[in-house]
Design a protein around this ligand. Structure first.
Ligand SMILES: Nc1ncnc2c1ncn2[C@@H]1O[C@H](COP(=O)(O)OP(=O)(O)OP(=O)(O)O)[C@@H](O)[C@H]1O
Ligand SMILES: [Mg+2]
Length: 311
């Protein structure tokens, strides 16, 4: 029997999402000639699209599911920063945004001509230390009115103070979920659950030659950093959860696969909403796996609603 959370209960669950927020921007147009300035095509843009990315997409996923989401992050004093704020507000995601005047709000701009991506242009630089330190007190203020904390680490520097933030969440008895990046997991000490994908985990424990070796290394990593659960997302192989009681695995649920990008965001957002509703990690895991299976069957929209998940 899989656990179910009522719509009413979920609507009261509040998830605080902290991390690197991004704006995914797409410029579409026709290519009719080559530039006289350089041997490059000229794209005449006739359509623009903007989507929430990174931690902002994770917060959106929490909200679309029917729970309450707050995004705490740092943005620049620029047009993409204002856009990000507007998009979040329109979707009903609460925001705690720190402004860093020397920061580029992270933008990934794709220029697409004749249905082909011609270039991707990234705007990003490291946030200022003082501004990040200032976010700590705002985080402390936000903590009591949330039921779970989700850290979405895209390695862009927004989570410099994550060890302290985890400590504060633990002291407040809030479950802590982390989508990790990089090979230093000591910064995630004390988390409730970390959700690496296969490549991310292999970066930390090396490759594995079979299930037995994977289990041994995953459990060792988890214990080393005092993490209650390690949830390995395994794309078409579903997911495996390692905890103090041992190990459980669920097979992938997707019927058709169209677009796998963002599946990891949907999985951790679902997991966080379920933990915030009071479910255990073991009960939440198959629900998150189902959400992952649904989202990879969609093109474009990278979120799953309550009805899709439970009805
Ligand atoms: N090809 C697939 N077939 C079936 N299910 C899939 C597939 N890819 C992903 N999923 C589902 O989504 C979950 C997360 O996928 P994955 O392990 O690829 O995460 P990820 O690499 O972090 O994703 P991303 O970084 O693109 O958001 C899987 O555990 C599974 O439930
Ligand atoms: Mg991922």
């Amino acid at each position: 029997m899989t656990a179910i959370v009522s719509r009413e209960k979920l609507a009261k669950a509040r998830v605080l999402v902290v991390g690197d927020a991004m704006l995914d921007r797409y410029w579409f147009g026709a290519v009719e000639r080559i530039s006289p300035e350089a041997p490059v095509p000229i794209v005449r843009v006739d359509r623009e699209e903007e989507r929430l990315g990174g931690a902002a997409n994770v917060a959106l996923n929490v909200k679309v599911l029917g729970a309450q989401a707050t995004l705490l992050t740092v943005v620049g004093d620029d047009e993409p920063g204002r856009k990000l704020r507007r998009l979040l507000e329109r979707q009903g995601v609460a925001t705690v945004l720190g402004e860093d005047p020397q920061l580029y709000t992270i933008v990934k701009l794709r220029v697409i001509g004749r249905s082909q991506q011609l270039i991707r242009v990234d705007f990003e630089n490291l946030p200022d230390h003082e501004v990040l330190a200032g976010m700590l007190s705002r985080y402390e203020q936000a903590l009591p009115v949330h039921d779970a904390v989700l850290f979405s680490d895209y390695g862009k520097g927004g989570l410099t103070h994550i060890p302290r933030m985890i400590e504060l969440a633990n002291a407040a008895k809030k479950p802590v979920l982390i989508d990790p990046k990089g090979h230093d997991y000591s910064r995630y000490e004390g988390a409730t659950v970390i959700t690496p994908n296969r490549a991310e985990l292999a970066q930390v424990i090396g490759g594995w030659s079979g299930e037995a070796q994977l289990h041994e290394r995953a459990q060792a990593l988890r214990r080393q950093h005092g993490v209650a659960g390690l949830l390995l997302t395994r794309s078409e192989e579903g997911m495996s959860l390692f905890d103090d009681a041992g190990h459980v695995q669920v097979p992938a649920q997707a019927r058709e696969v169209f677009d796998v990008t963002g599946a990891g965001d949907t999985v951790i957002a679902t997991l966080a909403a379920m933990l915030a509703s009071g479910l255990s990690l073991r009960d939440a895991m198959p629900i998150a796996n189902r959400a992952g299976g649904i989202v990879v069957g969609k093109f474009g929209t990278a979120a799953v609603s309550y009805e899709e998940l439970f009805e």
